[in-house]
Each structure stands twice: as C-alpha cells, then as structure tokens.
Design a protein around this ligand. Structure first.
Ligand SMILES: C[S@@+](CC[C@H](N)C(=O)[O-])C[C@H]1O[C@@H](n2cnc3c(N)ncnc32)[C@H](O)[C@@H]1O
Length: 388
C-alpha cells in the first residue's frame, strides 16, 4: 500500500469523524479494512503467507483442506449423495477451495461431478486471486462466485475459515458499573479514543443473551456483524451444515475478568501490535470470536450444534496423524521429512500453533444430530506399530 493510499484513507476517515463528531470504533475498523478504494482487503497486496502479513491454516499446508474434504464427503453422503453445494465465504486466496476440490476430483469423482462450489467474497483483489488459483475447477464448471442471498434454499455445507475474526467489532469498556463504547475522534494530532454511551441497544441485548457481565475497567469486543451473519446463513440454508473455523472462545472465557484489554490484534508482516490507529489500511485488524453467541443465535434460527472442538481435535478425528505418517513415509529426503513434520505441527500445536486457539463449530439444519467423522476420539485412532 502506498503512502498516497494511506493518506487517502486517513483523510476519508477524518472527514467522517469531523462530520459525525466522532464515530464508533466499529465504523473505523470497517473503513480501515473494507473502504472501497483504500481498505486493507480492497487494495492490491499480499496478505496471506510468507510474503504477507499472516498465515492461515490453509496457507500452512494442503493437508488442512484435504482433511476437511473428508468431512464434506460424509456430509454429502448424509444428505443422500446427490446434488450438494459447498459455499465458502471469505476464501482469501482460494487455497482451501483448491485443496478441497483437488482432493474430491481425484479421490471422489462422483461427488466432484455433483457438487457446486460457491464463493462469496467482499474483496475484489482476493476474488481476482481466487479466479487465478481456481482456473482448472472454474473451467470444469464447479466454481461460481455469488452473493449470500443467491444461496437461498441451499442444501450442503456453508464453510468459512477465519472469516468472522475479520468482521468489524464494537469496542466497549465497563466504567463505574456501566458499559461505555469506544468512539474514534480526532484530537488535532490524529486519531484518539473517547468513551461515550453505547451506540445501539443491540450491545446490551448481546451481553444479556450470553449472561456475561464484563468486569469493571475491562475492554471487550462485540461482534454484532457475526450475529447478523449467522442469522443470514441460517435463513438461506434449507438443509445441511455450517462449518466455521476461527480463533475464539466460549463467552465465559472470552470475557473472563483476567482478559483486561480484550483480544483486538493487528497484523503486519507477521508482527502483531494492538494499535489499530497506525498503518491504517496497511495492516489487518482482528478479534477473537464469541462461539457462545454463534451457537445461541444459530439455535434461535434453526441451527443445531453438532460439534464444537479445538482445531487439533477436529483434524486428528479426520485422520491428521495417519496423513502425516503417510506423507513422511513417502518423503525420501530426511531433511524434507523433518520440515514437513514441523510445518504440519503448526496446525495442531497449542503453543505457538493453531491447534488450541482455533476452534471448529459445526451446526446443522434439518439433519438431526449425526455422528461426524471429525468426532472420532484420539484414543480410538489406530496407528501403525512404531509410528513414532
Ligand atoms: C483472514 S481472510 C480468510 C482467509 C482464508 N479463509 C484462508 O483460509 O486463507 C478473511 C477473508 O474474508 C473476506 N471477507 C471479509 N468480510 C467479508 C464479507 N462480509 N463477505 C465476504 N468476504 C469477506 C476477506 O476479503 C478475506 O478474503
């Protein structure tokens, strides 16, 4: 992102702040990430992977998508083994979609022929990257881009990986017993914050619904966009599953008294910081997901909770270890085998990896509560003798 783009975004934000005498932080974050011309996701830049700002599981190794493909095969069978839609929102550079479709094409051609993979993407730059990566499957007629509303009546699985953590959040703080909202103002020298009364009742309703009262002095994020999102997904899904992967916690842990400053974090060239007012438009801004709210709002809109677990449990259940052992056995160069092992470990390690902070939620509509492959317990996984 050029200096000119950064200053264009800063000027636009300052004008909005001046004309409204301050804006809720959620508006600031929305513009910083999704401003049509200068927002972080709308400019041309490498965001994901080694040359970008952050890694995602699908950028770590194709094994992530290959294991999810196994779960999708079972979902397809549960729905009768006929036409099936996989909808993925926020597909980044399209690697998860690619790994799933490559796997299905070679290992489950019948499923591949019957499926339609729909992508919903807000960022023109990411859409362009997805089109390039997915050329082969587009030509095969499997991939179509669309809006959420085009999916009304969908039967299949609605998939996302790290979508919700990129939604704009309201920031609130408990002061003298009352929740106050963070507004962004301009003090003459730049962006700064001011606490004001809540911008909407939905924030009060949100905490009432989850039964959590933030501790005095604590700051926390409220992702109202995620509530609207799960309602929207529930309404378009006729029959099937919603598979959501993201980092986050159940509400009690997300809003625990010891989490004084909340979870808002910015990413730039693989460094994290907690200052969303620097490099505006040139760094990602994220926050952890409240999985209690996703489950609760989902339930109220017809989505049953089928599975909720850590990413490492989910991947192990789907055969992570067997896949790792097979890949290692096929690798003749010991150094490459070691590198493969280290890389794949990132997906399941708790410390410094994605295994524990990332969670997987699977909700279902009109499918009952089936026993899913990912629910296989670690003690039931049979490994070849001498595997380790
Ligand atoms: C952190 S990236 C996700 C990465 C990707 N899923 C992966 O596995 O590498 C967030 C993605 O969500 C997209 N996004 C954010 N808000 C969106 C929305 N409301 N609708 C569609 N896509 C959205 C962004 O453009 C980006 O592609």
């Amino acid at each position: 992102m050029t200096e000119k783009q950064i200053s264009g975004l800063v000027t636009s934000l300052q004008q909005q702040i001046a004309s409204a005498s301050g804006i809720p932080f959620s508006n600031f974050m929305e513009q910083a990430l999704y401003h049509s011309e200068f927002g972080y996701y709308n400019t041309v830049r490498t965001r994901i992977g080694k040359k970008g700002d952050f890694f995602t599981s699908s950028s770590v190794h194709s094994c992530f998508g290959r294991l999810i493909a196994r779960q999708l095969v079972q979902m397809w069978e549960l729905l009768g083994g006929k036409c099936f839609t996989i909808a993925e929102q926020g597909a980044g550079e399209g690697h998860l979609c690619l790994d799933i479709l490559d796997t299905l094409e070679t290992e489950h051609p019948e499923f591949y022929r019957q499926l339609e993979y729909r992508l919903i993407e807000i960022s023109p730059d990411n859409r362009h990257r997805q089109e390039e990566v997915l050329q082969h499957h587009c030509l095969a007629g499997r991939v179509v881009w669309c809006d959420l509303s085009d999916l009304k009546g969908m039967e299949g699985c609605f998939l996302s990986n790290e979508l919700l953590d990129a939604f704009p959040v309201h920031l609130v703080e408990k002061r003298a017993g009352h929740l106050q909202e963070v507004y962004v103002i301009n003090d003459g020298e730049g962006f700064c914050e001011e606490l004001r009364p809540l911008s909407c009742h939905a924030i009060t309703d949100y905490f009432q619904r989850i039964g959590v009262d933030p501790a005095e002095g604590n700051r926390c994020e409220v992702n109202l966009a995620a509530c609207d999102w799960i309602e929207g997904v529930a309404s378009i899904l006729e029959r099937g599953f919603v598979l959501t992967v993201d980092y986050g916690y159940l509400a009690e842990e997300l809003y625990a008294p010891y989490r004084h400053g909340g979870t808002l974090l910015c990413y730039h060239q693989h460094q994290t910081n907690d200052d969303p007012y620097q490099r505006v438009g040139a760094q990602d801004i994220t926050s952890h997901i409240d999985f209690s709210t996703l489950q609760d709002v989902g339930c109220r809109n017809g989505l049953d909770v089928i599975y909720f677990g850590h990413q490492y449990q989910f991947l192990m259940g789907l055969g992570f270890l067997e896949m790792l052992i097979n890949m290692e056995n096929q690798e003749t160069d010991p150094q490459k085998a070691q590198a493969l092992r280290m890389n794949l470990k990132t997906l399941i390690l708790p410390e410094g990896g994605m295994g524990e902070s990332f969670k997987v939620l699977i909700q279902g509509k009109n499918v009952g509560i089936p026993q899913l492959l990912c629910q296989k317990r670690i003690r039931d996984i049979g490994l070849p003798p001498g595997a380790f």
